[in-house]
Design a protein around this ligand. Structure first.
Ligand SMILES: [Cu+2]
Length: 110
């Protein structure tokens, strides 16, 4: 009986340790608003695995296209959204709009 209690106590310690060892920040969702032909915020820092939602509030289509081809939304229509998990590896990702190349943004993945 005592050995069973002891076993249960040890098992629960291992279980807690296992949870702690596997704990990672819960992935978050961030929004980049496309408004007046600009990305807002122009630079966004995220953690690996986070989702970014580009929300186009303009009346013309835009895109979110990474310069290194990490992602490409193609056309995001007026009042439409597009989401991706751009943070596959840490780094600094520059992106732009293929329809209006002066529109530029940056995603920094930590
Ligand atoms: Cu655009």
């Amino acid at each position: 009986m005592l050995s069973q209690v002891r076993y249960a106590a040890i098992a629960s310690v291992f279980a807690l340790g296992g949870v702690a060892a596997c704990t990672r920040p819960t992935p978050r969702a961030h929004t980049v608003t496309i408004k007046n032909f600009a990305f807002d915020p122009a630079e966004l820092t995220i953690a690996r695995g986070d989702t970014v939602v580009w929300s186009n509030t303009d009346i013309v289509p835009h895109s979110s296209t990474a310069r290194n081809s990490a992602w490409d939304s193609n056309a995001i229509g007026a009042n439409a959204t597009w989401r991706d998990v751009p943070g596959k590896a840490p780094g600094r990702y520059e992106y732009y709009c293929v329809f209006h190349p002066t529109m530029k943004g940056t995603i920094v993945v930590r």
